[in-house]
Design a protein around this ligand. Structure first.
Ligand SMILES: *[C@@H]1O[C@H](CO)[C@@H](O)[C@H](O)[C@H]1NC(C)=O
Length: 357
């Protein structure tokens, strides 16, 4: 074969490979998915939250913590947006998010909050807030103490570890320990941004962290995203966004995780919240993640809230509770109920509070 013949063959082979990979990505991102709206009654936008409310977590007493201002690569958000943590008290008659006061010595400029988790110390009731942050595209976990009297945070520790790169979400299981999802395999920026999407292999993981031990405890995820625990702390739930399911894993004595089953959800689910009273799992999902990652202001990504009932039983029930085609709410990433209200947060858009039917 001549040189020209070889080069044309090579180009053709690359084109076939890329074509196949893009078709694969479109399928995993549900690129052709159109959604019928399924709205809830009495929805209102929450004031102050106009630059995302990527993750929300709620205490039993009705106090919700919200991370806002995530600058995630590829998302349509301005570099000038500032990361903030809000709280919202469901007991108030006029529900309004209030910005938490950050410590003076804390670098707010590079604060880029993503997944969050709260842990209440059973011994003294102290509330610890864990926040995944991405200063300069890196990952670190910020651990704070929450002071309810004046709605402020005291910074306790910055946690960095080579296994904790590209952390997406986190669930605290102790005063200083947590499980975290790692949503990318590669560490290098170019490999993460382009090659990882093209290959999209089940190479992402879940990591356990404690001051004594850091280890990978579960792997085989295409894009490990939301993570949470059952009310009795015995099971861990992990959303594999690009595989359209939620995995159920059992915690072992050594904090390892054993696969139990996966529940198909038919959507690209992001953060997971667990209702402490019913054990139901709630998620804000991306019905069409192609529209999210390749954003077009004229064809915006929609929102979908999924509730999984009886997740530990033989017959979990997967229900769509809310759906919007992107005209009202774009890119839902979390949903959490309290009483008869439902709070829905988004990656970079607004936050909605609705009545449950
Ligand atoms: C909200 O009200 C409930 C019931 O009265 C109470 O137990 C809880 O502590 C209150 N929460 C807050 C944050 O004040």
């Amino acid at each position: 074969m001549g040189k020209v013949g070889f080069i044309s063959l090579l180009i053709a082979a690359i084109a076939v490979f890329l074509g196949e990979r893009i078709a694969n990505l479109r399928k995993r991102f549900q690129a052709t998915q159109e959604l019928e709206t399924n709205h809830l009654p009495n929805c209102v936008f929450l004031p102050n939250l106009n630059h995302g409310s990527e993750d929300i977590t709620i205490l039993r007493n009705g106090l919700a913590f919200i991370s806002s201002g995530l600058r995630y690569p590829g998302m349509p958000i301005l570099d000038t947006v500032v990361g903030k943590i809000y709280v919202l008290d469901f007991n108030e008659t006029r529900i309004k998010p209030i910005e938490l006061r950050m410590p003076r010595n804390f670098d707010l400029e590079s604060f880029n909050p993503h997944g969050i988790s709260v842990y209440t110390d059973p011994n003294d009731g102290t509330v610890y807030l864990f926040v995944v942050s991405h200063p300069e595209h890196k990952t670190q976990i910020e651990r704070f103490k929450f002071v309810e009297e004046d709605y402020s945070l005291v910074h306790l520790k910055t946690i960095k570890h080579e296994l904790l790169h590209s952390v997406n979400d986190i669930v605290a299981v102790g005063v200083e320990s947590f499980y975290a999802t790692i949503d990318q395999y590669f560490v290098n920026e170019f490999m993460k941004g382009i090659v990882e999407l093209i290959l999209l292999q089940p190479w992402t993981t879940v990591v356990y962290y404690s001051p004594e031990e850091v280890k990978v405890v579960s792997d085989g995820y295409y894009f490990a995203n939301g993570i949470n625990v059952s009310p009795d702390q015995k099971y861990v739930y992990v959303a594999d966004m690009a595989d359209h399911n939620v995995h159920v894993l059992e915690r072992k004595e050594d904090n390892g995780l054993a696969f139990v089953k996966s529940v198909a959800v038919g959507s690209l689910c992001d953060n997971l919240e667990v209702d402490p009273n019913t054990g139901d799992v709630w998620s804000g999902c991306h019905p069409n993640a192609w529209k999210l990652f390749f954003y077009d202001a004229n064809n915006t990504p929609g929102s979908e809230v999924i509730q999984i009932q009886n997740i530990l039983s033989d017959e979990p029930v997967v229900k769509q509770v809310y759906a919007d085609d992107g005209k009202v709410l774009q890119g839902s990433s979390v949903a959490t109920p309290y009483g008869n209200k439902l709070l829905i947060g988004t990656v970079f858009h607004k936050a909605l509070i609705c009545d449950l039917k």
